[in-house]
Structure formats: C-alpha cells, structure tokens
Ligand binder design. Structure first.
Ligand SMILES: Nc1ncnc2c1ncn2[C@@H]1O[C@H](COP(=O)(O)OP(=O)(O)OP(=O)(O)O)[C@@H](O)[C@H]1O
Ligand SMILES: [Mg+2]
Length: 259
C-alpha cells in the first residue's frame, strides 16, 4: 500500500486567538506506517495542532485531509467515526465506570448497537458487551493492566490512569492515533511498557503521532520528528537530523521548563 496515500495532512494550518497567532501556517504530513514525534517547548502549539486535526479547534486558514479526503468542517465525532482518535494531555476517564468499562467506550464505534445499548439487558447488547469487554481485556493485558480491569480509575496511581486512557484510545483500532504526552506521570517501567505497545502499534496502516517531552522516548521510537516553536516548525527530520539541528539544540538548551 502507498503509505503517503494514508497520510494525515495539514496544509497551511493557521490558528489564532484574539489576535495571538498560535499556529502560523503549518504544513504537516503524518504518514501511516511511521511513528511521528511532535515536540517543542511549553506553549509551542502542539496540543492546539492536535485540536485542529481532531476538529476541536477550527483553524482560520488551511486544510486538513486524511487519505486524500478533506476533513474540513467535520466535527470531532465525525472525525472519530473515521478512526481519528486522540488521547488528552490531562487524564479524562469516567470516574464512575470501571477501568474495563472506560476502555470499552473506545471500542464502541466498531459495534452496531453502540456502547449504551451494550449496558442494557437486551440479547443483542449482551453479546456486544461480551465482545467489547473481551477486546478491552486484551488491550489491558498488553499494557500490563489485567489486574486493574475491575477497579475504578481513582483506585489507580496517576501513571496507570494514563495507560488506561491509552488503552481506550487504541482498543478501537484507530486509523490515526494522536497521543498528547502519553508518558507524562509514568514511571520507568510503565514508560517501557508504553514504548513496547507503541512500537507494536506502528503497523503499516496506522498514522501514529506522539507529543512528548520525554526525549529518550521520542528519540528511540520515532521515525520522524517535527519540532514546533512559537507556532512554527523549526526542524523536521529523523531523530539524528533533529538532534543535530542547531536551532533545536538552542531551543532546548535555552528553555529550562522542559525536561
Ligand atoms: N482555547 C484557547 N484560547 C486561548 N489561547 C489558547 C487556547 N488554546 C491554546 N491557546 C494558546 O495557544 C498557545 C499554544 O498552546 P498549546 O496548549 O497548544 O501548547 P503546547 O505546545 O501543547 O504546550 P504544552 O507543552 O505546555 O502542553 C499557548 O499560548 C496557549 O495559551
Ligand atoms: Mg500541550
């Protein structure tokens, strides 16, 4: 398959709030079959770019396509229906649902009866609920969370809650997966589990983009890296190219609020 055909592309994405230019005409091509890193200092515009790609923000200029089809004007739910899925920088789990049920929400779009009916005592819903629960349990096991399936999110440490969010994002087999700081709050062994899962996910038909401040993670799993600073890309390339880029070195040595 032509990998570039399945790319998520942004052309000339410009976003401003009250005259402040947050994204200054960005061109991006996030390709299927690669893990793309999106890095840059706090406030650079990384989350805002994700928000534009998922439809949460509407850029004033530019266009976004996935696999050659325009996404412009589609609301977030319609983009999610096309398999464009993201995780949030701040954990956003349903506090009253178990870990397994939270993950089941992520698989619901693949089932006809939908998530809500899976919780009703109807036979069609019951079979779907079993399938959704099984899918959730498989992903939880991959992330080393099998023992936590029946717990409430609040019973887990923050790092583990973040992994549950990632489980929810990947369980529905997305075509585009945008992860916003997935390793924030994870300890070393949780980060290693996450890296293994991301490498496994990097299949030929998935567009996988990771915003991350953990440079070891970014440098070791990404095929290509975009470096954003004040709403503009200052470098795009392989980890080696980006690491050796003078502007990137200056930005990172000059900023003391990123680890
Ligand atoms: N809804 C909004 N209203 C006003 N300003 C916003 C809004 N969303 C983002 N911004 C501004 O856009 C800029 C970029 O923010 P953004 O959250 O995209 O940065 P980031 O690169 O994700 O930073 P961090 O690494 O801290 O998460 C910031 O100056 C932020 O204040
Ligand atoms: Mg952010």
């Amino acid at each position: 398959m032509d990998q570039v055909t399945n790319a998520l592309r942004g052309d000339g994405i410009a976003l401003s709030f009250g005259g402040i230019k947050v994204l200054k005409g960005l061109d991006v091509e996030f390709r299927a079959g690669e893990i793309t890193g999106l890095i840059g200092p706090n406030g650079a515009g990384k989350t805002s770019l994700f928000n534009c790609l998922t439809g949460a923000y509407r850029p004033q200029h530019g266009s976004i396509t996935y696999a050659g089809t325009s996404l412009d004007g589609l609301p977030p739910a319609a983009r999610a229906g096309k398999g464009i899925v993201r995780s949030f920088q701040h954990v956003a789990l349903c506090p009253d649902l178990s870990v397994r049920e939270n993950v089941m929400i992520g698989v619901a779009r693949n089932y006809s009866a939908g998530w809500a009916s899976a919780f009703l005592p109807l036979s069609a819903g019951r079979k779907e609920r079993q399938d959704m629960a099984a899918a959730a349990d498989r992903v939880l096991a991959d992330l080393g969370l099998a023992d936590s399936a029946d717990l409430l999110p609040s019973e887990l440490p923050p790092g583990t809650q973040r992994l549950v969010e990632i489980a929810r994002a990947i369980v529905g087999k997305p075509s585009v997966l945008l992860l916003d700081e997935p390793a924030a709050g994870l300890n070393n062994s949780e980060t290693r589990d996450l890296m293994k899962v991301l490498r496994k996910l990097a299949s030929t038909d998935l567009v996988l983009v990771v915003v991350e401040h953990d440079m070891d993670l970014v440098m070791s799993i990404c095929d290509r890296i975009y470096v954003l600073n004040f709403g503009e890309f200052v470098a795009v390339g392989t980890p080696e190219e980006v690491r050796g880029n003078e502007d990137v070195v200056r930005i990172y040595l000059g900023s003391d609020d990123d680890e």
